[in-house]
Design a protein around this ligand. Structure first.
Ligand SMILES: NC(=O)c1ccc[n+]([C@@H]2O[C@H](COP(=O)([O-])OP(=O)(O)OC[C@H]3O[C@@H](n4cnc5c(N)ncnc54)[C@H](OP(=O)(O)O)[C@@H]3O)[C@@H](O)[C@H]2O)c1
Length: 316
């Protein structure tokens, strides 16, 4: 019997997600006799969106964990045949691991380039674009996701170092990345420009809360920058998209509490936070719309959340 090494199913992204879950959790759901056993390659295609992504280059900052990592997988799953991913963060080993897991899952139709880059270092960002290999230079989608929070201190007790690192990463880093990539987006399409800039803000940028003054200020700055940019680019075919998550369980709280896992876990006690995949799906959905459709602004909560600090917690 001839065995096939890949099974392609053409369907919508929702059905694709369902099929993927089903087939990975219950391989007997299909007749495995027809599939080569090692490795089982299952590729599920989401048709219209998949076609829109074909041949594109997507650059994600902060792709070594959390939302950025999930976004890399979600783009790869949405267009497994012909996509280029540039994944950046400081932890290069984690990026290489993400790259190899993506190729293991979707095959080598997705070309992944892991690049070590600290967005808070202006000189690194400046050199980064010039050093990209030619085939990855024309970035179609920039996901400005790298970001972090440090501590819960209130003024006047906030460490100067924490203030600096949050602004340098969340604000200056995002602005520098945008300025590094934008010139090539502007040149395309006979000068009309093309491309997507997707900025990851936060509910914190809309609603300042006690103990988060600096982080909230950085995300408010991201919001202002994003809205100015959309207005500045009004005559161009460049989409500027804001994604503002509420509570998502990632390494975010671990970083906030300097690696203290019990403090980080307490943030989610009695709650069912969003997963990074939930945000990744929204990012990829926004990027996957028809070129004339701009998902300009989104606010995404888990079901128990209604504001930055209004959370229903089940008693344990
Ligand atoms: N989790 C939440 O509840 C939540 C809510 C709203 C918004 N957000 C936003 O979502 C984004 C992603 O956060 P996450 O929740 O996925 O947290 P995460 O798991 O801690 O991921 C943060 C990512 O940013 C990268 N990063 C941090 N500093 C960097 C730097 N200087 N240069 C390059 N990369 C850097 C980290 O990689 P390296 O350490 O390898 O550099 C990591 O990949 C952030 O902008 C965050 O503010 C998160």
């Amino acid at each position: 019997m001839t065995k096939v090494s890949a099974l392609y199913i053409e369907c919508s992204s929702d059905v694709a997600a369902y099929a993927r879950d089903l087939l990975y959790s219950d391989p007997t759901a299909i007749n495995l006799n027809y599939l080569s056993d090692n490795p089982l390659q299952l590729r599920v295609l989401a048709s219209a969106m998949s076609k829109r992504f074909e041949g594109k280059t997507v650059l994600i900052t902060g792709a070594s964990s959390g939302i950025g990592r999930s976004t890399a997988f979600e783009f790869a799953r949405s267009c497994p045949k012909n996509l280029k991913l540039v994944l950046t963060a400081r932890r290069i080993d984690s990026l290489k691991q993400v790259a190899s897991e993506i190729n293991k899952e979707v095959g080598d139709g997705v070309r992944v380039l892991p690049v070590q880059l600290d967005v808070s270092k202006a000189d690194e960002v400046r050199n980064f674009v010039g050093q990209l290999p030619d085939e990855f230079k024309e970035v179609d989608v920039l996901v400005n996701n790298a970001g972090l929070v440090k501590g819960v201190a209130k003024a006047p007790e906030i460490a100067e170092e924490d203030v600096d690192v949050m602004f340098a990463t969340n604000v200056t880093g995002l602005i520098n990345m945008t300025q590094a990539i934008l010139p090539s987006m502007l040149k395309r399409n006979n000068g009309d420009g093309s491309g997507d800039i997707i900025n990851i803000g936060s509910i914190a940028g809309r609603e300042p809360y006690i103990g988060g003054s600096i982080y909230c200020a950085t995300k408010a700055a991201v919001r202002s920058f994003t809205e100015s940019l959309r207005k500045e680019l009004i005559a161009k075919r460049i989409r500027v998209i804001a994604i503002d998550p509420g509570q998502v369980e990632t390494e975010f709280s671990l970083v906030r509490f300097g690696g203290n896992k019990s403090k980080a876990d307490a943030v989610y006690a009695g709650c069912e936070p969003l997963t990074p995949d939930d945000i990744a799906e929204t990012i990829v959905f926004a990027a996957g719309r028809r070129e004339n459709v701009v998902i300009a602004d989104t606010l995404i909560f888990p079901n128990h959340q209604a504001a930055a600090t209004i959370m229903h917690r089940k008693s344990t």
